[in-house]
Design a protein around this ligand. Structure first.
Ligand code: UDP
Length: 178
């Protein structure tokens, strides 16, 4: 039901507006050309095979912890995110494709956590790391909280994430250690 509250000329506007435009296109093709479509709104996802330098939080912290580099927490690390393990997300996308529901469905893990807590958990999961947490300037327009409402996914798809953060982070660390 969220219609988007976007600064159309802001620093992130290419990203934000592109998502809105994609949903508009999808619905237009669905209505005008009868294309069989689905819309998934993907929230923060992590797992093996991410680009170590893509800049997102989990892969950055894991790369830093494994290389004994400083863990770069932006701001005071009080902002929150909710992290979904990739296998849960993929299962949700498959279920969406197999359903006949054409309106947007949120997919993500509602287990909300601060960025500082993520940094601490990753340090704990890499025993012997010499990495220490450092605090860096907060990027502009960084959302303070983010947590998906997955009511629709639960009701329509019977989907709920099953991989805990501890398990998902451990599996990801194992992948990059190898
Ligand atoms: N973040 C951080 N250190 C990093 C990378 C990201 O503290 O090295 C923070 C970032 O400021 C944001 C959160 O982690 O608050 C998630 O950032 P990411 O880019 O992974 O995802 P998004 O901002 O799109 O949710």
């Amino acid at each position: 039901t969220y219609w988007g509250n976007v600064n159309p000329i802001g620093l992130r506007s290419m990203y934000d507006e592109a998502k809105r435009f994609s949903e508009a296109c999808t619905m237009a093709y669905h209505r005008e050309r009868k294309v069989d479509t689905r819309i998934v709104r993907i929230f923060n996802t992590y797992g093996p095979r991410m680009d170590p330098y893509d800049g997102r939080v989990v892969i950055s912290f894991i790369r830093q912890a494994l290389n004994d580099e400083p863990i770069t927490v932006f701001g005071e690390g009080k902002q929150t995110r909710s992290l979904c393990f990739v296998s849960d997300l993929v299962r949700g996308i498959n279920l969406t494709m197999e359903s006949d529901f054409i309106e947007p469905i949120n997919l993500g893990n509602p287990d909300e956590v601060t960025i500082l807590q993520i940094a601490k958990e990753i340090i704990d999961l890499v025993p012997g790391t010499k990495s220490k947490i450092t605090f860096q300037p907060m990027p502009p327009d960084d959302p303070r909280v983010r947590q998906p409402d997955i009511t629709r996914a639960k009701q329509i798809l019977g989907w709920t994430p099953t991989v805990s953060r501890t398990e998902g982070l451990a599996r990801m660390i194992e992948f990059y250690r190898d």
